[in-house]
Design a binder for this molecule. Structure first.
Ligand code: AMP
Ligand code: MG
Length: 647
């Protein structure tokens, strides 16, 4: 690693800020940090569970410390009994002591004698074997008879046979579990040197951030990275010290970073790493210590703005602001370094092979991570891409793992057999797989299955995507709401062989507006839209192409393209949010969502939300449980309360 001169010219700096490949960035970061001594501390055995040994431990004594009897019986000289047998019993005279555990023997076992000894008792001088009490007969008070031959060393554990003095007992890097604690205790070791968890300061940056538990002001969002990064640090052998969210203010942030570095072994920030106007954290790093920034911009997706630095020996990292980007870069680039500092072995994440059912586009030149949900297909696992974009945090919870698309590929074709790195140690294939259109009512039905211990995976890909998955046999049920113009009916015309319709519920679609808006209050849907079109100041919010709702909107608009037509969000809730926040004045959503947002609602058309059931999967217990739940009074009541009408 070449040192960067203290007064870099602007040109050198510019050059330094060019995008590195993932592999280059890792190599340079590690070269600037390692080798280094592991931070260590002494721990009493009782507090050592789960720590990592910082140094090799050598056995200070033999275990057992003396030749020890393994059974209750008599210490003997094997030569006396080598010829003993059923037909040739041998008699031995008993010596005048009994060796209990913890009692050192005093008498020698001479030829023709035996000394009573307990399990764990030290073998007396002269004896070389033990006879079990069960294999002897008393003959008077001080004599025994033995009717089987005895070999040297029988029922004796020799000193050091378990652990020999001077032997390497445990190696540095071993994670201390109950077995290791047992070995240390057997050797009399009360205290061990273990790796001290690296203290990692965590700072979130951004004017928009508030902490969970606080009220959400307009345009503010909850600080997600603070919590998730702190937890991931603790999961990987570090000790996170969360210092809160700091506004995008260079002086305040620099002060916070300097304070953090006094005690911390590592500093992890998130946000503010793009080279945008308000983004200041990377500029501060250059002033915090040498060599400073190692990589700013890595060819990763998500995660390009990642910034890696080393300031006077301490890693300083700025993760991208979007939580998913922050997590991927943290796991891919920071976890290996953190674990190495913590003395831990590299993570051994479980991997499985799965088929990708759809083509996944990828940006050429960037290593791309794609979160996937696993379902069981006809011949093996299927990996559905489940990302909702780098800003989505829920995709992490719903995904089972991720796959990686090479920087040199511009896509992963449908049908590719891909390696999936799991988030959990084992694949958890869900009991019930639902792929298709999402509806909040679905949770009200599947809640019963979850309470019964069944796992349900619901993947939102829209009605048509769900139908395709059902045809390929990749799901149990596909929720759909597709209107057929010709027959003027919902859903049934879309079914093919192998699929059957399970009626779900009806959702009232209608015009949503802010209560009190005179343009809409008291009107029917058709008149309301006419009134909106008559007012040039009135802004609408549309829905995405392919949504069932969009078909209804287009029908009402009859070819008109008012202001807001090109605002086409992908969910019922986004429509309500746009109206509630005055970004639009009207749109179309379902009644429960409008009411939930406290908005006015004009009913327009009742939509049929049904399920295409894969007949071949009908007898599965989880499918039966779903059908029972759908039919239950409990689900019907819950659906009605939420504003749906069970079919
Ligand atoms: P930035 O890198 O600061 O420009 O942030 C990129 C995006 O991530 C913005 O939408 C931020 O609001 C968002 N973001 C930044 N930090 C956080 C955080 N701690 N929690 C949740 N979102 C964040
Ligand atoms: Mg920011």
């Amino acid at each position: 690693m070449t040192m960067i001169p203290q007064n870099r010219s602007a040109l050198e700096q510019e050059q330094f800020l060019k995008i590195l490949s993932r592999e280059d960035a890792i190599a340079r970061f590690e070269a600037a940090l390692f080798p280094r001594a592991i931070l260590s501390e002494a721990r009493m055995l009782a507090d050592a569970l789960g720590t990592v040994l910082a140094e090799d431990v050598t056995a200070p004594i033999d275990v057992p410390p003396f030749d020890r009897s393994n059974v209750d019986g008599f210490a003997v000289r094997s030569a006396d009994l080598s010829a003993a047998g059923e037909g040739s019993p041998m008699r031995l005279a008993l010596n005048g002591e009994t060796i209990h555990c913890g009692t050192p023997p005093t008498l020698q076992v001479v030829a023709g004698t035996a000394t009573p000894i307990a399990t764990g008792g030290p073998l007396p001088r002269g004896a070389d074997a033990v006879v079990m009490v069960e294999h002897t007969q008393p003959v008077g008070p001080v004599t025994i008879e033995v009717r089987r031959a005895v070999s040297p060393g029988q029922f004796v554990s020799y000193a050091g046979s378990d652990i020999a003095r001077g032997e390497a007992l445990l190696r540095a890097g071993t994670i201390v579990g109950s077995r290791e604690i047992g070995m240390l205790a057997a050797c009399g070791i009360a205290e061990v040197m273990v790796a001290r968890k690296p203290r990692v300061a965590v700072i979130s940056t951004g004017d928009e951030l508030v902490q969970p538990g606080e009220a959400l002001a307009p345009a503010a969002i909850y600080d997600t990275n603070g919590a998730i990064v702190a937890a991931a640090i603790d999961e990987n052998g570090g000790e996170a010290v969360f210092l809160g969210a700091i506004p995008d203010d260079e002086a305040k942030l620099e002060a916070a970073m300097r304070r953090a570095l006094v005690d911390a072994d590592m500093l992890v920030l998130s946000g503010g790493t793009s080279k945008g106007a308000g983004d200041v954290s990377h500029r501060i790093i250059g002033r915090l210590g040498q060599p400073g920034i190692i990589a700013h911009g890595v060819a990763l997706k998500p995660g390009k703005p990642l910034c890696l630095a080393v300031c006077d020996g301490k890693p300083v990292v700025i993760l991208p602001g979007f939580p998913t980007s922050a997590m991927f870069t943290f796991h891919d680039m920071i976890v290996p370094v953190l674990r190495r500092m913590a003395g831990l072995p590299p993570r051994s994440d479980a991997k499985v092979s799965a088929t990708v059912p759809v083509r996944i586009a990828s940006e050429l030149g960037r290593t791309e991570f794609v979160m996937v949900s696993l379902v069981e297909g006809k011949d093996g696992l299927i990996a559905y891409p489940s990302g909702k974009g780098s800003g989505a945090i829920t995709s992490f919870a719903q995904a089972d793992g991720f796959l990686r698309i090479n920087a040199l590929a511009d896509q992963m074709p449908a049908g590719t057999e891909a390696e999936v790195t799991l988030f959990t140690p084992h694949v958890r294939v869900p009991d019930l797989v639902i792929v298709g259109s999402h509806c909040t009512g679905l949770d009200l039905v599947t809640a019963q299955l979850a309470h019964a211990g069944l796992t349900v995976r619901s993947i939102a890909v829209g009605s048509l995507g769900g139908l395709a998955a059902a045809k390929r046999g990749e799901c149990d049920l596909a929720p759909i709401h597709l209107f057929d113009d010709k027959s003027e009916t919902y859903n049934t015309p879309y079914l093919v062989d192998g699929l059957e319709l399970v009626p779900g519920w009806r959702r009232m679609q209608g015009i949503v507006f802010r209560k009190g808006d005179k343009r809409f209050e008291g009107l029917g849907a058709t008149e309301a839209v006419a009134a909106a079109l008559a007012d040039p100041a009135c802004i609408m919010v549309n829905r995405n192409q392919g949504a069932g709702t969009r078909i209804l909107i287009d029908r009402l608009l009859g070819g008109a393209r008012p202001e807001g037509y090109w605002n086409q969000p992908r969910s019922h809730n986004a429509v309500a949010a746009a109206v509630a926040q005055h970004r639009a004045d009207w749109g179309m959503t379902i009644a429960p969502v409008a009411h939930g947002a406290g908005l006015g609602f004009i009913p327009f058309a009742e939509e049929h939300y049904d399920f295409a059931l894969v007949t071949a999967r009908k007898q599965r217990p989880a499918v039966q449980a779903f059908l029972d739940a759908l039919d239950s009074d409990e689900a019907r009541t819950a659906l009605e309360q939420a504003g749906f009408r069970p079919a």
